[in-house]
Write a protein of this length. Structure first.
Length: 749
């Protein structure tokens, strides 16, 4: 009997894929993926056994048209445990998780939630439900005699189960990516298309040289430029340091972005690492950072991949072979990846094949965590453990990059904190004094009328507040003034960029310019106002606001004020999750009012935050506790994925195809939506035109027929666009209010 892995329309089966060929190819592909963390043997076994259940008569009938679904993943998981029993049983169980979950996702070892647990699938009762496995596989598949931990793997007793859980996800990633690529290439051959090639971008050495040429053209005199040049040279000189953990502590405006990129490229070339992954806190500035990098290297996704976290597959679906090709996912094979903290960290705790597919490409890379102080305190301990583990066992160099360095080291009192973190910046405390460009002071409690009066009296001013409703109120109070602008995440990224271009032009020409924004402007937006007002928040947010004031150092610090205020209007109070940060800021302000941005004040602030939260609140979901005492047999992989949520409120993407303020469709995005072939490509094209909204607002818009799916016969509701142009305002972006007060009648008015 001839066994096949995938079928076509040809009844004579002349172009069907042989099962042995698929298993061997996936095994070799998975092994190649795992080479960067020395786990080739484990990954190859997972690849060769993942579809073992296709060696059954029932599955072969399924390929021929039998409508009944067949579990073809469990046999491979059972065989790997039977073949590698005894001392190797723990490792075999890790492989069993990956093999059993390569369609539906990783399950818990015991006590399954939405999925059957691994224990249940390994039971004798479950075995009775499987079609008999035919012995032909033993003559077609040659397994190694033994399996072993990756060469050089360093066990850590205090987080043993945490290490095992990450190893499972890394092996799962190697398997899933190899499986998807081989399946895709099979169907490409059938269609007469060439195979999907690995990324063919220039090598990192050439990219480093291109960046060096760009940096050589930057000004080195005037304002803060000499200090930026000094920082750059010093940071690049550290690239010879052995891979591991680094910090880069440079005040805002000190050139962190390009300096960190230069270090990453130099360091990667020196030590044979393979890519740079730039992790940014907010979706709103991914496009901006990617645009900076593309300005250096050219506008190509083969070099700079911009990957948001908007499009994910349906977690309730186990995809069939052809469906795998349509997922909006990335495997991060570009040399420079710009992504969000949500995408990066949630993927590393994920259980779904599409989310985990890219993980193996983090190994052997340089990861730059930009604005690291924005990592959510409720998940800080698991994030720190993850950072440490990537450096320890996956050949990853991690750069913690920020102006306000969070106190994450063990010697700073952080529970199970980082050790051997090397600073890249030249004398950070001295550097802060030299780059001091603003004066920060608290002006107390302000009524709205007083705040608006102050803003109206200034020719050029930026005001940053804590919620969109407050920002809208301030804008409406000043709309009669020339040059008044507004920024919000309810605008799509290209729209925000257009607003910022207008604002920069007015600032350069010394024209009246008043900008009201939510906090999205704080992280990395290159803009400089002579005066900034900031609603009370955490000290890290205040420091970021200060980075938008006198950015080039052309005025004296005393003439460039950042004025922090507490609103008297209870409607504009910070949301609950920010109140504790504001409380810590007030405590720090009482002790450091003479210099609120000094590194001593920053260190004091983060200690205050961690004190207020307590050790348990730094792992609010008790993720590390779930793993305490766990072993290979009972890893809570599905539970970890469900609980690790940086953003608790699920946000759903809506594509806005309209030119702001006109109701006309934007030609580029309209053409992109018409010519979609694969979801992954579409995900790249439409990301700059997305607005993300909560589920309640999404449902209300859908009920009002204000949004509609794009090509639903192909993608279902993965891509959804706004079809009512009246709901997108040139000033405020997508028009919806609090979802609980939103109804269909309001939407269509």
């Amino acid at each position: 009997m001839v066994f096949h892995a995938h079928s076509t329309e040809k009844a004579n089966r002349s172009d069907w894929q042989l099962l042995r060929e698929h298993l061997v190819a996936v095994g070799e592909g998975a092994a190649a993926n795992a080479a960067w963390f020395n786990a080739q043997v484990l990954a190859r076994v997972a690849g060769m056994l993942h579809d073992l259940g296709k060696y059954t008569e029932r599955f072969q009938r399924r390929l021929a048209g039998d409508p009944y679904a067949v579990d073809h993943a469990t046999w491979g998981a059972r065989i790997v445990r039977e073949r590698y029993s005894g001392r190797q049983n723990g490792l075999a169980t890790l492989l069993a998780y990956a093999i059993a979950g390569h369609h539906a996702g990783l399950a818990n070892g015991d006590g399954g939630e939405k999925r059957s647990s691994l224990r249940e699938r390994m039971s004798d009762d479950y075995r009775q439900t499987l079609p008999p496995l035919l012995s032909a596989w033993e003559s077609e598949i040659a397994l190694p005699d033994a399996i072993c931990l990756p060469d050089g793997f360093k066990p850590c007793s205090k987080r043993g189960a945490f290490q095992l859980a990450l190893l499972v996800r890394m092996l799962f990633s190697c398997l899933v990516d190899a499986d998807y690529l081989d399946t895709d290439n099979f169907y490409r051959r059938v269609e007469g298309a060439p195979p999907r090639l690995q990324n063919m971008s220039p090598g990192l050495a050439l990219l480093r040289d291109t960046l060096s040429e760009h940096l050589a053209r930057l000004p080195t005199v005037g304002g803060v430029n000499p200090i930026r040049a000094e920082v750059l040279a010093h940071v690049r000189s550290k690239a010879t340091e052995t891979p591991g953990l680094f910090s880069l502590t440079v005040p805002t405006g000190g050139g962190k972005t390009l300096a960190s990129l230069a270090f990453a490229l130099d360091h990667a070339v020196r030590h044979g690492l393979r890519r740079i992954i730039y992790v940014i806190p907010f979706t709103s500035i991914v496009e901006q950072t990617a645009a900076v990098f593309r300005g250096v290297f050219g506008d190509s996704d083969d070099v700079v991949l911009e990957h948001h976290s908007a499009f994910v597959d349906d977690p309730s679906t186990a995809f069939a072979s052809k469906d795998k090709r349509r997922l909006a996912m990335e495997n991060w094979d570009s040399p420079i990846v710009v992504t969000t903290a949500v995408q990066f960290f949630e993927s590393l705790f994920a259980d779904r094949p599409s989310r985990c597919r890219k993980l193996h490409n983090i190994a052997g890379s340089v990861v730059v965590l930009d604005e690291a102080q924005t990592l959510p305190p409720k998940l800080l301990r698991p994030c720190v453990a993850l950072i440490d583990e990537l450096a320890l066992n996956y050949g990853t160099s991690v750069v913690i990059c920020t102006a306000t360095q969070p106190s994450l080291r063990k010697d700073q009192g952080f529970p199970d904190g980082l050790e051997n973190v090397r600073e890249l910046a030249p004398e950070p405390r001295s550097l802060y004094q030299r780059l001091r460009r603003v004066t920060v002071r608290h002006v107390g409690v302000l009524e709205d009328e007083t705040l608006v009066g102050n803003l109206r009296s200034r020719n050029q001013v930026l005001c940053i507040v804590n919620n969109r409703r407050h920002a809208r109120h301030l804008l409406e109070s000043m709309e009669d003034l020339e040059g008044t602008y507004h920024l919000t995440t309810l605008m799509y990224a290209r729209h925000r960029r257009q607003v910022l271009e207008e604002v920069r032009a007015r600032l350069a020409e010394n024209l009246p310019c008043r900008l009201v924004s939510t906090s999205l402007i704080e992280a990395g937006v290159d803009i400089s106002f002579p005066s900034v007002w900031r609603a009370e928040a955490g000290l890290d947010s205040v420091a970021q606001a200060a980075g938008r004031c006198n950015r080039e150092g052309l005025a004296l610090p005393e003439a460039s004020e950042v004025l922090v205020f507490r609103t008297a209007n209870p409607h504009w109070a910070p949301p609950p999750e920010l109140k504790r940060f504001a409380e810590a800021f007030r405590a720090t302000e009482r002790r450091h009012s003479n210099d609120l941005l000094a590194l001593a004040a920053v260190d004091d602030y983060f200690r205050e935050i961690y004190h207020l939260l307590g050790s348990d609140r730094l792992d609010n979901e008790n993720l590390l506790g779930l793993l305490k005492g766990a072993g290979p047999e009972n890893l809570p992989l599905e539970t970890l994925a469900a609980r690790f949520r940086i953003v608790e409120t699920a946000m759903l993407p809506i594509i806005v195809p309209f030119v702001p303020g006109t109701g006309n469709r934007e030609p580029y995005i309209s053409n992109a939506l018409k010519t979609l072939e694969y979801a992954a490509t579409a995900g790249r094209w439409v990301q700059p035109y997305l607005v993300q909204v909560p589920r309640q607002a999404y449902d209300a818009l859908r009920c009002a027929s204000a949004i509609a799916p794009v090509a639903p016969e192909r993608y279902g509701e993965q891509f959804v666009e706004l079809v009512n142009p009246r709901l997108y305002d040139a000033r405020f972006g997508l028009r919806w209010d609090n979802p609980q007060f939103l109804d269909a009648e309001q939407l269509v008015r």
